[in-house]
Design a protein. Sequence first.
Length: 547
Amino acid sequence: MGIEPTWPAWKAGTLPLSYTRTEKNSKDWVRVVNAEHEFALSAGKCLAVANGEGVVRFPTPLLRKTGGCALNGAAWCVGSQGMNSLLLTGGRVIDPASNRDEVTDVWVKDGKIAAIGHDAANAAPRDVKRLDVEGQVVCPGLIDIHTHLREPGQSAKETIATGSAAAARGGFTTIVCMPNTSPAIDNSGTVALIHERAASQSSVNILVAGAITKNLAGEELAPIGSLKRAGVVAITDDGHCVQNNEVMRRALEYAKMFDLPLMDHCQDYALVSEGVMHEGYWSIALGLRGWPAAGEEMIVGRNILLAEATGARVHCQHISTAGSVSLLREARKRGIPISGEACPHHFTLTDAAIAGSERFWQADGAGLLTERQGIAMPGWPAYDTNFKMNPPLRSARDREAILEGVVDGTLEIVCSDHAPHCDYEKEVEFDYAPFGITGLETELTLSLMQLYHTKRMDLPALISRFTIHPARLLNLPKGTLEIGAEADITVIDPDREWTLEPGQTASKSRNCPFFGWPLRGKATATIVKGRVVWAEQFAAQPAAMAH
Ligand SMILES: [Zn+2]
């Protein structure tokens, strides 16, 4: 604190990335730094500006040009100066939307993709900021269409700010938040509230899914037309499921009229009743109430019939059973407008995990992880509530079917179902704990481990599940690196070995079963509209940054 950094150290710490940080010294001024300039601020005024060579200039024209600085007590912000041009060099550029897979450069200008190819470096200005991504993958920004941000109403679990920070760390440039907030997102006012908060507090794009029915109660349709006008990209009662088939039919007719995809959390209430884990061997052995596979398949079947009858697009959320996968596969073959998504926990874990780590590694977990030097195999007790989610972890056969569904495109989208809960809520008996786990920071990694490193899928196919497929479902002009597209980019190191520890998560909650796991593959930089919103160098080198 208060010690001036030497510029070489700065360069080592920040490289050519645009980022800001502050430091307050004893003279009560604040230093705000991004990749190119350092601003010294005091009482709302900018005292000086320095660049990388240590040249000090007095501000105004530069600051005006760059968006200026504001200092209000402890709060501050700095314009996105220097963020309008960036050259990513030497990465393997994979864009499934345009069938591109080659080692080359990408030039980003004014938030858009300006050039790709070996002439990109020539086209870019000589003093352009460079991000050397050799040996890494550069792909369209990842999209997660299923997250719970808990705002408004449950900000002890997560907020738009913390949820978006977790998304950025996970490599996601766009996330879609679910409407089961408090109040529910079933009217245009709440949609506007989220858009407004996202604009000021989120580092990634936040899109909103509106409710199908008022207060997600499954009885009366929400005002779907006004939700559409307010900007929702889909409707869903996620967390709940419309049980009345007539209400569902009307919802689909409205959704079709307004060209909105309808996403459904598939759960037959009567069949599932009070079930807390997959109904099978382990639910009996552990004495927990079962959530039968048919409870999901019944509604998937209903949705197929109604999609066929209405011609409306239905997307089945977090598919967990082998039966659902075969229903969807057969329906899609017949050309019915239906699709499905898979979550990494369903294609990584099984219900045996609820019997504790020892049983899991002996049974369904055998061969899942390769032991790594210095890292113990993860351990957890029986009845650990971080393995409780809805739909629940299923059998090994179901897990295999989900993997096959993602590979053959029956489940064309991978998503997190990021569902944060406070420690005190999860630290209760299994029966009483809320369903759900956080997932934004481990989603890409687990997908790489289970689908790419197992050689089930190549990288372009896997990346399409996070980019062009979700973009198409929601009619978004995203998920591609075409020239002129918004420069939402994710940089991935598919082979990076790492672990996620509870103290490192950006989420406000820690209900994640994958802490301490020997993980492989991760996002190393997340770029939204040409701006680096997160990059590994910063997280990995806190000492170099601290001074
Ligand atoms: Zn759900």
